[in-house]
Design a protein. Sequence first.
Length: 507
Amino acid sequence: MALIGIDVGTSATKGLVISDDGAELGAARGSYSVAYPGDGRAELDSRTVWETVRTILGTLASAARDHGDEVRALAFSVSGNEATPVDAASNALYPTIMGTDSRSAGVVDWWEQKVGRLPIYEITGIPAHPMHPLVRLMWLRDHEPEVFRQTDKMLCWQELMGLWLGAPPAADLSIASCTMAFDIRDRTWSERMLSAAGIDSELFPRAVPSGTALGEMSPALTRELGFGRPPVIVAGGFDQPTAAFGAGQIAAGDAGVGTGSWEALLVVTDGATLTEPMLTAGYSFSCYVVDDLYYTAGNNPGGGSVLQWFRDTFGESEIRAAQASGGSAFDLIVGQATPSPSNLLVLPHFEGSYNPWMDPWSRGAVAGLTLGTTKGDVIKGFLEGISYELRENVQRMEAAGLPLGELVATGGGARSDTWLQLKADMTGKVVKTVNIEETGCFGAACLAGAGVGVFSEVTEPIRQLLRTEQVFEPRPDHQRFYEDSAPRYRAFYEALRPLNDRPGAQA
């Protein structure tokens, strides 16, 4: 019996089909491009995403057949802040407004004045922000009244793709937590938030726990995509917690660091610490995909994107060498990093900062260069700058009373032993990797299996199928160096902040 996990992201969708014993039967991927029509807008045609999902499902159905397996169920892992208004006939009424779109910033100003930053946080667990679906819905009401008039539901990609596959729309609790319309403690749509917004709760779908069976794929799509029988569509989750679940984070204190374009520290908790300091640092608390747990996350936009900039700007020789050998330019660059700690300070705020500084105007900087500085030192400095941000988030979360255990590393950054060892040295935490690469797809597939009884509970496949592959222990001398240097890194950021802390500085 086979299970499918689909990971719908902002630039690509990935899919994985596994057998019930965890064997990979097939994988697929499709990309698409976001449109930028101007004025800070970022949009994506949901039909483009839909066609990509359909193609991937057909490929995975074929892969399962080739192995003599039948797909029993599927679930989605999705980017959480992209939502689409649909009419009563399930037609998309407007392009999906992407998380980076700034058109609804004025609505957030209204929320902070009328309700207040802390009350919003205490109810929803998330800071007020233009990207949340409730804010987008209010913007549509004010600026696209005809679209709003026809809107029957505001659906994130999990609900939208599930609806178009044939299941009644339902938001799992982790996706509902992204909307700014959900009470994370009562685990229901918030009457106070919806009343303040003047939005009917019926515009949002019902909220259910991850792993809930929602319905079967339509007979027509079942035949068209090549499934032998209609697979059951199961509620999956928001991509960050679903990937963390797929990497083995199933209990309070479990933590992981995922390094892609952004780097995200995610920590599973048994409650929500909704205090002013946590709000100031921008730490959201949301419902997790397992039991009644919660999670919080520290996000750094200067993760792999900064290394990609370094590769594209200074890595011409490594790019040529990688093309000749069939290897990775990233591996060649990181492999040159000086083994010992550097004396450089690198602020990786090329796209501003998120947690814990919450400073969109901060910019990248390098300090400590001398005529003796080597390319290896600079590479190490860049890796250290990204890792100082991780250390800062770990330290602040622990200071707030959140227990953090070992760090499970996932994403592209988990393929570099050099970087993984640095993370251990920098944070003082054991860092390990697991045997699953696409943990978002794997986590979604496991939730699908739990939803149809292939697994007795959602944690069963994680306990049975996941195993540790590599372990990196902090090296005491390197750990001491970074403990001593961390105050210098903070002082570096604070010294530069007045130079960047105004829009005119970006001219």
